[in-house]
Design a protein around this ligand. Sequence first.
Ligand SMILES: Nc1ncnc2c1ncn2[C@@H]1O[C@H](COP(=O)(O)OP(=O)(O)O)[C@@H](O)[C@H]1O
Ligand SMILES: [Mg+2]
Length: 238
Amino acid sequence: MLVLENIKYSKNSNNIINGISMKFEEGKIYGIVGNNGVGKSTIGYIIMGLSDYKVNDGRIILDNEDITQMPVNERAKKGIALLWQEPARFEGITVKNYLTLNKKIPVQDVEEALSLVNLEPDKYLNRFVDKKLSGGERKKVELASCILLKPKYLIMDEPDSGIDIMSLDMIIKIVDYLKKRGTGVIVITHRKEIAIQSEYSYLICAGKVFLEGTSDKIVKYYEKTCDTCGHINYAEEN
Ligand SMILES: Nc1ncnc2c1ncn2[C@@H]1O[C@H](COP(=O)(O)OP(=O)(O)O)[C@@H](O)[C@H]1O
Ligand SMILES: [Mg+2]
């Protein structure tokens, strides 16, 4: 189990996360929804432990171990992974080498992961991960790399952004595949189609959990209320 206990985070004296508590279990799908700027990506970075995202208060507990002070590389070793909203840019390395970096991963596994993200292995294995790959193709390569990591928990930050709408089904299929393999999938999303797939969702507003519960309830509320809500999500000043 991965638990956030009353997490607070501020940057430049702006309170961005204002006491958030969440719980995630392996083998389940979770949604984090909310308007732009409410703190969704920040929550993802805090869970991953990125160096700029040390919390001011609260604890992060992974399988009964306090990992609040643990750096990103150690959290990665413990099985936490993050799919970035914007895919990373690497130059001069092939898709195959990128996906097998420092690891002995059988080529069949790489081919399977590429097929899952709708990239034909024959066409892509020896392509270079560079500017000639489109943003969508790079994002799919990142998605394949998250599949190969076999994480305990995967945070997916807006997994459909930068990918064509046709790929929505692919993302839904992969989230389901990861769940069945035992990964706890934490999906940050605006998309109803993706949020509705999760078993439990958190609606974030102004750095707080505004509402939580079954995804159909949360998605309904979000659609009905947040689209037209005039609430401005400026972070509160200290
Ligand atoms: N490095 C930073 N410095 C100052 N403010 C930031 C920083 N990163 C994010 N913010 C602010 O924190 C709030 C939450 O951002 P973010 O987590 O990216 O929101 P979301 O992912 O929900 O759109 C926003 O108001 C944003 O402007
Ligand atoms: Mg974001």
